[in-house]
Design a binder for this molecule. Structure first.
Ligand code: ZN
Length: 116
């Protein structure tokens, strides 16, 4: 376990972000996927409605991906593996974790993955 970083701080960050995402997803779930109520059909064509649905779906998927990243980071915290790169096992720089507490790789490995 990392002694050089404030685990409580990162745990709080992750939990707050996770709660925010869950709230957002819960709010969206209540809505019909493609709204076609009379008031909107006049101004909004079905194509527009479909497009809006696609956009909100994409946002939902993005949020879902982040939720998975955060949950996996929290899981690594429980396993005392938080803060170590999942690829090379090196410590992840604290600055990187502050920027993205759900980061799973060190900067070097992240750059290698992106360059692929
Ligand atoms: Zn690495």
């Amino acid at each position: 376990m990392r002694k050089d970083i404030d685990m409580t701080y990162f745990k709080k960050c992750l939990e707050e972000r996770l709660a925010g995402i869950m709230d957002g997803q819960e709010a969206k779930k209540g809505k019909a996927p493609v709204e076609l109520d009379q008031a909107r059909v006049g101004r909004l064509s079905r194509m527009d409605a479909m497009q809006q649905h696609a956009i909100s779906q994409a946002a939902y998927n993005l949020a879902d991906l982040e939720r998975q990243r955060i949950q996996s980071a929290l899981g690594r915290m429980l396993a005392d593996e938080y803060g170590y790169c999942v690829i090379c096992g090196e410590e992840i720089a604290e600055g990187r974790l502050r920027f993205d507490p759900s980061a799973l790789t060190c900067i070097a490995c992240a750059q290698k993955t992106e360059a692929r």
